[in-house]
Design a protein. Sequence first.
Length: 249
Amino acid sequence: MIQGKLRNRRVMIEDEADASTLRNKGSLGRNVGQKLSLDLMTSLDLLLRKKIEVRSGTEQVNSDHIVKMLSQDEMKVATAYHFLKIKGLKPVIKKGTLFSSGTRVMVFRDSESIDFENVRARSCYLAITDSEGSCLLYSVSRLPMKRKLEFNGSRGTVSERRKHQGLIELLESRGLKVASGLKFGSEFRIYEKESSHARYLMTFGSISLARDLAAKVRIAQSVRKTFVQACFLEKKREILFLEIKWNRL
């Protein structure tokens, strides 16, 4: 078993061969000569998967000890990282930010609110975790729609009513039909042209509770539809359309 030593908030792998083994298996850390210094989040995953043993002085350190050392933000990242590892993906943590296959993973606890105005990349992942250590992963990508809204005579703050009206007008200008999405837990059902089956379920708003988003996406996929979060960007007066899909890992 690979041995590590807990020093402050790092776990040091001092044996050269062990450090090389972990590097080859994708565990990123700081190289200290031939040694490898791991952060606590990576170390927790290795402990849970029984890849290393950790000691502090002469005492053995278990996973519960590491968990108590983590902040809430570190714990949610550690949970998502461990989930991706056991699912066979290749996540890395760089300066506290999680990536998978080079794509950023934005991590939220289920009780946290997601501000979609901060989702600016053309594509990314969302991970939602809970206090029991469960994790769900979602792919997020922008839909290529015309998004600029014009509000005649309105230079100040735009009312929610006008935003909704502008959204519906924009969708209809693209040949889409808009209907109530209430029975599916969303705001709108979106139909393409003359189709009798809605392709999208859509909710309009900048903020969503993470667990509410999980429910909406699950309902959409259970009825073979795609969930879209539409978000009004105040400064640009544009609507951002985000297609969100649950990754069944």
